[in-house]
Design a protein around this ligand. Structure first.
Ligand SMILES: Nc1nc2c(ncn2[C@@H]2O[C@H](COP(=O)(O)OP(=O)(O)OP(=O)(O)O)[C@@H](O)[C@H]2O)c(=O)[nH]1
Ligand SMILES: [Mg+2]
Length: 546
């Protein structure tokens, strides 16, 4: 029999050990999203980071030729056919005693809602820039989202193996257009045909690489100090002269690599390289781990929640069904914000107030998953509890709390989907409900009135319709026909149904319900929308449902 005092001591030392474990686990975690305009090379860089992290033995290509391995993160068949990312992907891997959660996002504007949701789960962003193109529209927009959250932003200037714009000019463009200081951590030696490697300003070393077919394996690397007298004969007199001139300019610019400023997102460390040939990938990863933010505090309804808060909490930022054709289930992706996560733990869903036992948590690696027993703040876990979760849900133990909602986008395109085979009505409905739940597309239901009572699809971009049709066909076996509708915008009625029913003239506006039974008005022109906003101030119209 253990005496009470000793029991308390044992309990205290057990709690102390738990909190020390938690702190150490948090320190080891880095959670980051890769963002940019389409085609800058996010999925390719993701693949190479996995290669250097030892998570894959051979890197696949985005547009794989026959018999060639496909990239890990573009797992969906349509992504592989098109060579673009459609949905964000979660990948976990280890590197040098760090535990990384990488989120590869789609760059295409039509999928930006998915990208924005995924960004809420990231503590750091890696912004890719195509060296030939410089900053592009989507990159600028996504940068602004990161800036609003003040997260550290690392810039990787990619595709140096192809003709590129002047490096100093690119740095200048980032500083001018994004209004932040850019500090070049690595610098390209040559470009296009003459791209030989990079210089690392942190170590004073030159990294020279050998190319291998599409960079399937780690690049053979030779590291030489800038001070080594043989460097000139290795890289050539012209390249060395250019490098020294550039470095003088950079040093003259006088910026410092201030850790605090990086963590606040005021300085972006810049790296040059080529994800395809693996040049500069490892020096980038090493510096990223040194300067990036570990999981930090999150705002909540009960104040700031620190990651080492003893109670578990997290939020659902993504749902995805049918990733594994053998299971055909739906996974909820949860970003853990505080406390230790354990298999079989019981949490409360703040939206429904229901308790849920998390019996089958999964570690996610693109479409692959494996069961897991524990996870820590910063980690993304996959939960398989059918119907229990919606995007934006907060789950917690202990005191009731809610994390801020995840913003949704205002749809601008509307269409009706017709099921061409009525005997498949059930499957069609199931598929539509699933796409709605995932937020792959929004579904609106007509409210009373004459005309068709069929639900309609609402999207930010055309490609969302295409993906919906494709997924209905491949995942549910339902062929559909798309009929576009003449609406141009939607507004949610913040004041609710009562206000709407007080007999306002709706000026040819149609009334719909969203999945949460909230009233939505669809307009046939900007003019109609503005007129309604002007005359119906008491309806409190908003561009998204809140
Ligand atoms: N030459 C060259 N091509 C590259 C490099 N990195 C990526 N690419 C190619 O650029 C194309 C787009 O690459 P992705 O990795 O799919 O780009 P992404 O940013 O993931 O594109 P989305 O996800 O669709 O926004 C592919 O054909 C890649 O092979 C590079 O370093 N050099
Ligand atoms: Mg991609």
């Amino acid at each position: 029999m253990i005496r009470p005092l000793i029991r308390i001591r044992i309990f205290r030392s057990y709690m102390l050990e738990l909190s020390t474990n938690l702190k150490a686990a948090i320190e080891r975690r880095r959670t980051f999203a890769i963002i940019s305009h389409p085609d800058a090379g996010k999925t390719t860089l993701t693949e190479k980071l996995l290669l250097y992290g030892g998570a894959i033995q051979e890197a696949g290509a985005v547009k794989n030729r026959r018999a060639e391995r496909a990239s890990t993160s573009d797992w969906m068949e349509l992504e592989r056919q098109r060579g673009i990312s459609i949905t964000s992907t979660v990948l976990q891997f280890e590197y040098d005693n760090f535990h990384l959660n990488l989120l590869d996002t789609p760059g295409h504007h039509d999928f930006s809602e998915d990208t924005y949701r995924t960004l809420t789960a990231a503590d750091n962003a890696v912004m890719l820039v195509d060296a030939a193109k410089g900053l592009e529209t989507q990159t600028r927009k996504l940068f602004e989202v990161c800036r609003m959250r003040d997260i550290p932003i690392f810039t990787f200037i990619n595709k140096l193996d192809r003709p590129a714009r002047d490096s100093l000019e690119l740095i200048d463009e980032i500083e001018r257009e994004l209004g932040l200081t850019a500090y070049a951590v690595t610098w390209a030696i040559g470009e296009g045909e003459t791209f030989q490697g990079i210089y690392n300003r942190l170590t004073g070393n030159v990294h020279l690489y050998e190319r291998n077919p599409r960079g399937r394996r780690q690049a053979e690397e030779r590291i030489v100090s800038l001070r080594n007298a043989e460097l000139e004969s290795i890289i050539g007199e012209k390249a060395l002269r250019q490098l020294k001139e550039d470095l003088e300019m950079l040093d003259g610019a006088g910026a410092n690599l201030d850790c605090e400023a990086i963590l606040k997102g005021a300085i972006t460390p810049v790296f040059f390289g080529s994800a395809m040939t693996n040049f500069g990938v490892e020096p980038f990863l090493e510096a990223f781990l040194e300067f990036s933010a570990a999981p930090a505090a999150h705002e909540s309804s009960i104040g700031e929640i620190l990651p080492d808060y003893a109670e578990f909490s997290g939020f659902v930022f993504k749902l995805q069904a049918n990733m594994d054709p053998r299971h055909r289930d739906c996974l909820a992706f949860v970003r853990i914000c505080s406390g230790q996560f354990e298999k079989d733990m019981t949490v409360t869903n703040a939206r429904t107030g229901k308790k849920v036992r998390l019996t089958r948590p999964q570690k996610v690696f693109a479409r692959e998953r494996e069961s897991m027993d524990e996870a820590f703040p910063g980690d993304v876990v996959g939960l398989n509890n059918p119907g229990a979760f919606a995007i934006g849900d907060t789950i917690y133990t202990g005191k009731k709390m809610v994390y801020p909602p995840i913003p949704s986008f205002s749809p601008e395109l509307f269409a009706r989907l017709r099921n061409t085979n009525t005997s498949l009505a059930k499957k069609f409905q199931k598929g539509i409900a699933q796409l709605e739940e995932e937020g792959a597309v929004q579904i609106l239901h007509p409210h009373l009135g004459g005309g068709s009572q069929e639900p309609i699809l609402a999207a930010v971009g055309e490609l969302q319709f295409e993906v919906a049709q494709y997924r209905l066909k491949t995942e549910y076996g339902v062929e559909t026909r798309l009929e576009t509708l003449p609406y141009t915008s939607a507004r949610w009625v913040g004041a609710g149904w009562d206000a709407l029913q007080k007999g306002k003239d709706l000026y040819e506006t149609d009334v719909f319900r969203d999945r949460w039974e909230r009233p939505v008005l669809l307009f046939r022109s900007k003019w109609h929308q503005e007129k309604m906003e002007e005359r119906g101030a008491e309806l409190n119209l908003t561009s998204v449902g809140i």
